[in-house]
Write a protein that binds this ligand. Structure first.
Ligand SMILES: [Zn+2]
Length: 462
């Protein structure tokens, strides 16, 4: 319901948006970098001799002299992470002629074949081959095609690369083609970055040579402890150990952040990536506590709070004393609403007052409610399990609502609490029995981080 109070909460932007994935990341980045004071920012970027840093961006810069003794052999051994699988074996015959070409704007397969003197019949054979031939219909400019042809210009083999790591290999088999998908495992190389913040994390990160996407991931890791809009102070610093991916000595992208430290107002926060075999990786503090809370503070990216939690409110429409047991987050219709935590949908239904609404049960103790939805997220129905951050619906104004907003309620043991101030439980820590394995596994990354930090401070002291 629309209310009388209007509070600005810019702090909500970051921690919601980072959950929403990169689709929205440009919005946040714009917010952070849109600062006229940008020129004042300084970020130290020091080149240090660390285990196998193949930092192409830094290697061009004037570097500080390097102390190779500072690296303990144990740490240096970790430098090169082993490639996960062997290189695929390509089998072109020596007598075939090889023709490599790049897809140009406006190209299609027939044009490319014609341009390279290949027959329309081979276009047909290869593009209708089962099961992968249809993939050749979605070629894009920049993709690479390599033809291997015999003396009669018959296509014997076609390699189609949609990226440095992904190749489809079509090989002639009589009057058809067999196909095989080849995914190359990139070489994973450790990289290190450090920045000191004068004002904004994003400016400091750019100075340090961190991509926006990597900065988003860094902010995402610490979002539960640090409000990157309100809590950041000059002198805050970050250290990141992450993977750079290479294939044939060419940089092809960033891998994961393995370990990171963020020093906020003098307080250091450390996080290490860890995953059980086959499970999704998460970030944990060195003691095994999860970096994240079990609930998002606000389950939607909102522009303002249109009505606060107030148990003694006089209702704006009915003029009677009617408590407001939740918070109204004003947001444009269609804005995704996220499950605040892992749980099970108890109700996904519609009433006259609530409009479309969802109730989620989180374990025994907690219930969250989401009202006035325009519509439900895909697959959202009673009994459905949901993950934190999953879209369960979209902001609307169904039911008794005067404008698009999310009415959000948070119940602990059946009692309404103020969603903005209720103390949120931590997400599950590493189970006690698994802690020895966790420590054994994460110790190496903490060592890398500590080693890097001491080298940075040595370099800065010179
Ligand atoms: Zn409300």
């Amino acid at each position: 319901m629309d209310g009388m109070t209007t509070l600005q909460f810019p702090r909500a932007h970051l921690f919601i948006v980072v959950i929403l994935s990169f689709g929205l990341s440009s919005f946040v980045i714009a917010k952070f970098t849109d600062d006229p004071a940008e020129d004042r920012f300084t970020t130290e970027s020091v080149l240090l001799d660390l285990p196998q840093i193949e930092d192409k961006a830094l290697s061009n810069q004037a570097s500080a002299p390097v102390d190779s003794e500072a690296i303990t052999p144990a740490v240096a051994e970790l430098a090169m992470l082993p490639p996960r699988t062997a290189e695929p074996e390509l089998r072109p015959q020596p007598q075939w002629q090889e023709i490599s070409t790049k897809v140009q704007p406006g190209d299609n397969l027939a044009l490319i074949f014609k341009r390279n003197g290949l027959s329309a019949r081979d276009v047909h054979l290869v593009s209708t081959s089962k099961p992968l031939g249809s993939r050749l219909k979605s070629i894009f400019p920049g993709h690479e095609l390599t033809f291997f042809v015999d003396d009669e210009k018959r296509l014997m083999r076609l390699d189609y690369s949609s990226g440095p790591l992904d190749t489809l290999a079509f090989e002639r088999n009589g009057e058809g083609f067999d196909a095989e998908q080849i995914t190359a495992e990139p070489e994973r190389v450790l990289a290190y970055k450090h920045g000191t913040i004068d004002h904004s994390l994003f400016v400091a990160s750019q100075r340090a040579g961190l991509t926006d996407a990597l900065t988003m991931r860094l902010a995402q890791i610490f979002q539960w402890d640090i409000d990157f809009v309100l809590d950041i102070r000059p002198g805050d610093a970050f250290y990141v150990v992450f993977e750079e991916l290479y294939h044939d000595d060419e940089f092809v992208g960033h891998g994961n952040i393995l370990a990171a430290e963020f020093v906020n107002q003098g307080e250091p926060y450390q996080a290490i990536q860890y995953a059980k075999e086959g499970a999704q990786p998460n970030y944990y503090a060195p003691n095994g506590n999860s970096m994240r809370k079990a609930f998002l503070r606000a389950p939607v990216e909102f522009s303002r709070i249109s009505s606060n939690f107030n148990l003694r409110r006089v209702h704006p429409l009915w003029k009677t004393s009617r408590p407001h047991r939740g918070i109204d987050y004003a947001a444009p219709a269609g804005t995704p609403i996220l499950a605040a935590g892992d749980g099970k949908v108890k109700i996904a239904s519609r009433t006259q007052a609530n409009g479309n609404y969802v109730v989620i049960q989180h374990g025994e103790q907690f219930v969250t409610k989401y009202l006035h939805l325009k519509n439900f997220g895909r697959g959202i129905k009673s009994g459905q399990r949901v993950k934190q951050g999953q879209t369960i619906g979209y902001v609307g104004s169904t039911g008794w609502a005067t404008g698009p907003h999310l009415h959000y309620e948070f119940l602990v043991n059946g009692v309404h609490q103020n969603p903005r101030t209720v103390s949120l439980p931590n997400a599950a820590p590493i189970p006690k029995g698994e802690l020895p394995f966790f420590h054994a596994h994460t110790q190496q990354y903490l060592a890398l981080l500590d080693n890097y930090k001491s080298q940075v401070s040595l370099a800065l002291a010179r």
